[in-house]
Design a protein around this ligand. Structure first.
Ligand code: IPE
Ligand code: IPE
Ligand code: MG
Length: 254
């Protein structure tokens, strides 16, 4: 550690102590570009992202982060070519088949955030529910996989549920909406990382990300490494979260 209370690991300056978030979310992007940079097919890029998923969750566990969310398939991703959509369905099934038991053994509770849709294969839907059931008592970390998720759709579904339950306009409040989202126990993300040099949320968790710290990285998702994870945690540690308030800057108000 140097005199400014920082250490340098692999060329990244890490503030000490590191401010570890409660909930870190990631918009995994750049699989297609990774593939085309190597003369491969887009689906090879998705397949290459599997290791980064495991590394990301391992790093979150290593840092004792209790909530992790990965954006795996958006409500807009149905617009992709049918063979790519079909591959993504199988890819997500493979994550369950190949790594579901690993997550369970690590003490990870896996939950899926998103709507049902007849285009999701029924066998996959069942496997998603089975993994949720298998891991339901784990509490070391909750891994939420946003699958057929859209931030706007999540808000619409919540409002529908409130209307169905008979709430009147005057009853509606931010607190009531938050309490009626899917998984109301999940804290809002402290950090949203997006890879692949895109600077947008792409309809991710719009209600929940109102005050998340947005961290944009150049790395393409299949190349995401420990260094990128540490770079994101370091950047978060340097941010001051104000939530609309004035943080004492040493100046008088008037
Ligand atoms: C992210 O990578 C994966 C999903 C959206 C499922 P992309 O497939 O969007 O990769 P790019 O943006 O085309 O490079
Ligand atoms: C967002 O990435 C969705 C997921 C990561 C699952 P996209 O690549 O689909 O987003 P856009 O189309 O560039 O906004
Ligand atoms: Mg993309």
């Amino acid at each position: 550690m140097d005199q400014q209370g920082q250490s340098n690991i692999g060329g990244i300056t890490i503030p000490e102590p590191l401010n570890v978030p409660t909930h870190i979310a990631c918009i995994m992007d750049g699989n297609g570009r990774w593939a085309s940079s190597k003369g491969l097919n887009r689906i090879d890029g998705h397949a290459a992202g599997e290791k980064a998923i495991l590394d990301f969750t391992d790093l979150a566990l290593e840092h004792g982060i209790p909530w992790t969310t990965l954006f795996a398939f958006s409500t807009e991703n149905w617009c992709r070519p049918a063979p790519e959509v079909a591959f993504l369905m199988e890819f997500n099934r493979n994550i369950i088949v190949r790594h579901g038991r690993r997550f369970h053994n690590q003490g990870v509770r896996v939950r899926y955030l998103g709507c049902d849709d007849p285009r999701i294969p029924r066998t996959l839907w069942k496997q998603m529910r089975e993994l949720e059931e298998l891991t339901s008592n784990n509490r070391r970390m909750t891994l939420t996989i946003a699958f057929n998720h859209g931030g706007r759709s999540e808000i619409v579904e919540t409002m529908r549920s409130l209307v169905r339950a008979g709430f009147a306009a005057a009853d509606l409040s931010e607190e009531l909406i938050s309490k009626n989202l899917q998984y109301p126990d999940m804290p809002d993300p402290d950090i949203v990382i997006r890879t692949a040099s895109e600077y947008r949320l792409s309809n991710f968790a719009l209600w929940r990300c109102a005050y998340s710290e947005l961290i944009f990285l150049d790395v393409l998702w299949p190349d995401f490494s420990r260094a990128d994870f540490m770079a994101a945690l370091s950047e978060y540690s340097r941010r001051t979260r104000t939530f609309g308030k004035v943080i004492d800057s040493g100046s008088s108000i008037l």
